[in-house]
Design a protein around this ligand. Structure first.
Ligand code: GLC
Length: 755
């Protein structure tokens, strides 16, 4: 049986090549192109086999979504053997991948190889900082190399495809998935998305250390109402085209192999069934040639959305709307053949979807060698490679943001006497890995305590109360300890005698990510109470914040002399934090998302509209809160250094259709440091009200003490234009402000009239 199968696959490919060659003598150029091997293969497929390519099944163990009630391992194996499965997710390890690939190649009629997908979000075995933390480095080269490392490790374990980068712009820290993206700004989010696509896909997708990337979740997922995951997103055309779509378009321009659609409705239409989004914009206007994978079960979820009456209807809607592959809905595998036979789905849509999928498999080299990614030697040596530890430590250091450093309490001396470290998170070796670490192993993060020890720093540790009351996992709610006060008094007592108290507080790694929206952005559990109790006995506090999102740090800002945002920094977390706290690295991170004073301000973001009543006013009739400032606690682009930078001699000059902006930046401090010089614009008057400022350029520079540098930017109409209410890109002459500075607030401005 297997022998015959194997021959038939090779025979078809051979015939395809011969017939393709034979026919080239009397076919026009265009006809030759349409008769490529994948087209020939497509023509040889039955409808059932075609639908098989459009079906992706979860592996038989790990789940990253609600495991289907029906369907079990036996049915999946049967479908696998009958050529009704085109892809698997959550299968990793060369042995496991090869076992399933051999079934697909040897036991099915056509032997079409499977493409294996996995969430390689910020590393695989060795973990980089969570994506939002990486963006705080504003170091695109480092971000690309981080994705490259993830591709190296995942491909060594049989994976050909990652469901990343997530490029959902979001302004709402209540939404747990902000940890997975690039923050609130479309310009930065676009460049980061492209860097990650380059990192994953490299320059040759057919190499066994490059993997197909996925721009996700198309579209509007980050605008879930109230920050509640999977909730409806309602936005106008101007926000859709100027804020939400640009990072996806940027990834398409970077040749991203696939796009994943979103769970949410966008303006009332579930993304999986949205023909305008998927066919008109993505595949039509943008010319996207890869394929669209639905998110886990999102096809079937159109029933719950009240958009499909049953699974067959969902299959029809998804296929007609341009959704090419169905992840764990069972909609296509169960109902698409009937839909085609009844004429409800045109075969041309099926053929288009299948050809897109086959071409990505071909680009990956899977037809040439279905076992290309099953290299046991690479699997032994690549994951957890020591070079990767160095890479992620450097990435982590650059991701840390120094938020406050009064009295220059930081950096600490390694000989600092009588340091007391407090906080359960200081000993944590799993939480710093974050929530999207499906390929890695618990307990593999370097803790803060271990980071101190690696430097030979002496300290006393008191954990204080436990942060969680039960073991946490990817699919279950985290149980936060709010009543077991064990360790509380001992911690406060130890703090009383300390010269310096380092408090490591924040969220558990599984308190952000998918399905983890919060209404309260404060420290969970007993941590705030502990912080205030320690402050009452000792004000020499260095606060290290671990979180997957902006937290409300207002009390800390008013009461604690030094604050460091340490996100969830991955495998080398503790070493990177120690590098910064003890001055072996001068922090250079800048916030990719605004930090609110109060959750009541959310959504809060820098590139807001002015409104008709920007205020302030002595009367109440202006856009403000009566109980809180409009201003953030820490603005987008904010971050301090152990040295100081001065900006002078800023100017903007229009030359023809371009604008040259320059500024001199000097390091006037005592030590070298890196600075992210940021350029913002404002289109003062336009046919659409434009944001008071928009990031349009940045440069991360290194300056030694006393050194200065002239930093230059060149902008053209592409940078100065915007999409209007009809989704048309326009540049409108008039008055523009150009602003340069170290963050989105402390800016030097030049205004010029552009013709
Ligand atoms: C999840 C996520 C998506 C992920 C997919 C596969 O539900 O929404 O981002 O890639 O399922 O794990």
């Amino acid at each position: 049986m297997i022998k015959v199968k194997k021959v038939s696959f090779c025979l078809i490919m051979l015939l395809a090549t011969i017939s393709c060659h034979k026919q080239t003598q009397n076919l026009s150029e265009s006809e030759v192109i349409t008769k490529e091997p994948m087209v020939k293969l497509l023509e040889s497929m039955t409808l059932e086999e075609k639908i098989g390519q459009m079906t992706q099944y979860n592996g038989f163990w790990d789940s990253t979504g609600p495991a289907p009630k029906d369907g079990d391992a036996k049915e999946k194996y049967d479908h696998l053997r009958s050529g009704r499965v085109g892809s698997m997710l959550n299968v990793s390890g060369v042995k496991e991948v090869r076992k399933l690939q051999e079934i697909a190649v040897n036991e099915t009629r056509l032997g079409i190889p499977i493409i294996f997908g996995l969430d390689v979000i910020h590393g695989h075995k060795t973990l980089a900082p969570i994506p939002l933390a990486e963006v705080a480095s504003w170091d695109l080269e480092a971000i690309e190399q981080s994705a490259r490392m993830g591709a190296e490790e995942a491909s060594a374990r049989g994976i050909n495809w990652t469901f990343a980068p997530m490029v959902d712009i979001s302004r709402d820290a209540r939404w747990g998935r902000v940890m997975e993206g690039a923050g609130e700004d479309p310009y930065l989010g676009s460049l980061v998305g492209q860097a990650r696509v380059r990192g994953f896909q490299g320059t040759d997708l057919s190499k066994n250390n490059t993997i197909a990337a996925t721009a996700k979740h198309f579209a509007g997922y980050g605008f879930a109402e109230s920050g509640r995951d999977y909730n409806a997103a309602d936005v106008g055309t101007v926000t859709l085209f100027n804020t939400i779509l640009p990072p996806f378009k940027a990834c398409v321009d970077e040749n991203v192999a696939t796009v994943m659609n979103a769970f949410n409705t966008l303006n009332g239409i579930p993304a999986t069934g949205d023909e305008y989004l998927q066919r008109d914009i993505l595949k039509g206007e943008w010319g996207f040639e890869g394929f669209i994978i639905s998110d886990w079960g999102s096809g079937a979820e159109m029933i719950a959305h009240g958009f499909a009456k049953d699974l067959e209807h969902a299959a029809i809607l998804a296929a007609n709307a341009g959704s090419d592959m169905d992840m764990e809905s069972y909609a296509f595998v169960k109902h698409l053949a009937t839909a085609v036979d009844s004429g409800k789905v045109d075969m041309k849509h099926i053929d288009d979807s299948v050809l897109r999928i086959l071409k990505i498999k071909e680009a990956l080299g899977l037809f040439e060698d279905p076992y290309r990614y099953c290299d046991t030697e690479r699997e032994k040596t690549i994951p957890y490679h020591k070079d990767h530890a160095t890479l992620v430590r450097n990435m982590a250091k650059k991701s840390i943001v120094l938020l406050k450093n009064n009295e220059e309490i930081l950096p600490l001396s390694k000989d600092q006497k009588n340091i007391v470290v407090i906080g359960d998170l200081a000993q944590e070796k799993t939480s710093p890995l974050g929530s999207w670490r499906i390929g890695s192993d618990d307990g593999t993060a370097i803790s803060v305590l271990e980071g101190f020890e690696e430097k030979g720093v002496k300290y006393k540790y008191k954990s204080g109360p436990a942060l969680i009351s039960q073991p946490a996992s990817f699919i279950n709610e985290v149980k936060i300890n709010s009543d077991d006060r064990s360790g509380f008094d001992a911690a406060v007592k130890a703090a009383k005698k300390a010269d310096v108290v380092v408090m490591v507080l924040g969220e558990h790694g599984f308190q952000s990510g998918e399905g983890r929206s919060r209404t309260d952005l404060g420290f969970p559990g007993l941590q705030q109470e502990l912080l205030e109790a320690v402050k009452a006995v000792n004000d020499q506090i260095v606060l290290v914040v671990m979180s997957g999102r902006p937290l409300v740090l207002t009390w800390a800002e008013e009461n604690v002399p030094a604050i460091v945002q340490a996100w969830q920094l991955g495998t080398e977390s503790g070493n990177a934090i120690a590098d910064v706290l003890f001055g072996d690295y001068n922090p250079s991170g800048k916030l990719p998302m605004t930090f609110p004073r109060d959750v009541g301000q959310v959504p809060i973001y820098y590139n807001k509209l002015n409104t008709g009543r920007p205020g302030p006013s002595d009367l109440v009739f202006w856009s403000h809160y009566i109980d809180e400032s409009n201003d953030p606690l820490y603005p987008f682009g904010y971050g301090l250094s152990y040295t100081e930078f001065k900006y002078t001699a800023m100017k903007a000059v229009a030359t023809g259709k371009q604008v040259e902006v320059e500024v001199t930046v000097a390091n006037v401090g005592e030590r070298s440091g890196e600075e992210v010089v940021q350029l913002y614009i404002q289109d003062k008057v336009a046919s659409v009200s434009r944001p008071i400022k928009e990031l349009k350029g940045f440069q991360k520079i290194v300056l030694n003490a006393g050194e200065s540098k002239v930093v230059r930017f060149t902008l053209d109409e592409e940078d100065l234009g915007f999409f209007n209410t009809r989704g048309e890109f326009v540049f409108e002459s008039g008055e523009f402000a150009f602003m340069v500075g170290p963050n989105s607030t402390d800016l030097t401005t030049a205004i010029i009239e552009l013709k």
